[in-house]
Design a protein around this ligand. Structure first.
Ligand code: TYD
Length: 222
């Protein structure tokens, strides 16, 4: 879903990497749509991308991960996300950062720590090590954590599936104790981290986008 909202008017002297994280149903997609257009109207060069699925290989991996037509153990599942990440950094994120773009990714490494670490019980140290390798030792300049309680998020997902007459994806159908571990995992890894802006998911997407845009403007203009 890489979209280039490039503008010739505003030149940054370096690229900025921003990750957007949160549980399923927290409202990342709506926030990202409004945020991207807010930044674009400020003439900022923004690339919107995602994990998994920000590259041609990633789209295939995303399909495998979402459909889960064949079983994958926790390590295999993680390594598919890591493969997606490696390809994403090599072919999209690093080249775009070199062009001084603001690269905003819908999910990144912290999703693996939470879903595969807290959710599936994989060793966090190992996940961090492989993530670093996949990311060429880069880390986001800013993480936007869209925080929402799991019950509200689930109700939103179920309502959306009903409106669209679609099935919940396999990740969305995970048992509620998994969802609770994910929510706790995000809260834990993002507590006391200076690179994280916590956004309250009960606010409207427009309000959330305003808060996020203000933080991003502060970051890139300093
Ligand atoms: P997402 O794109 O946010 O879902 P959608 O757009 O379908 O609402 O994320 C897809 C799922 O993949 C989500 O449940 C979280 C999961 N995920 C992991 O388990 N580990 C990871 O490293 C990443 C990036 C995502």
């Amino acid at each position: 879903m890489s979209q280039n909202h490039n503008s010739a008017n505003f030149k940054l002297n370096r690229g900025f990497l921003i990750a957007v994280e949160g549980i399923d149903g927290a409202g990342k997609s709506s926030l990202l749509t409004i945020l991207t257009s807010l930044l674009t109207t400020q003439n900022l060069p923004v690339i919107l991308t995602r994990e998994p699925g920000g590259t041609p290989l990633g789209q295939k991996l995303r399909q495998i991960l979402q459909e889960r037509a064949v079983p994958a153990c926790a390590k295999a599942e993680y390594l598919l996300f890591a493969a997606d990440r490696a390809e994403h950094f090599e072919t999209v994120i690093i080249p775009q950062l070199k062009l001084n773009q603001i690269v905003i990714s819908d999910r990144m490494a912290d999703s693996s720590l939470v879903y595969q670490g807290y959710g599936r019980g994989l060793d966090l140290t190992k996940l961090k090590f492989v993530n670093q390798w996949a990311m060429n030792n880069l880390t986001p300049d800013l993480v936007l954590y869209l925080r929402l309680d799991p019950a509200t998020a689930y109700a939103r997902l179920a309502q959306r599936a009903q409106i669209l007459k679609t099935e919940l994806s396999s990740f969305e159908k995970e048992k509620s104790d998994f969802a609770a571990r994910i929510a706790q995992g995000f809260d834990q890894i993002f507590a006391n981290r200076s690179d994280v802006l916590i956004l309250d998911g009960v606010l409207t997407s427009a309000e959330l986008a305003q808060q996020a845009a203000a933080k991003i403007l502060e970051l890139v203009k300093n």
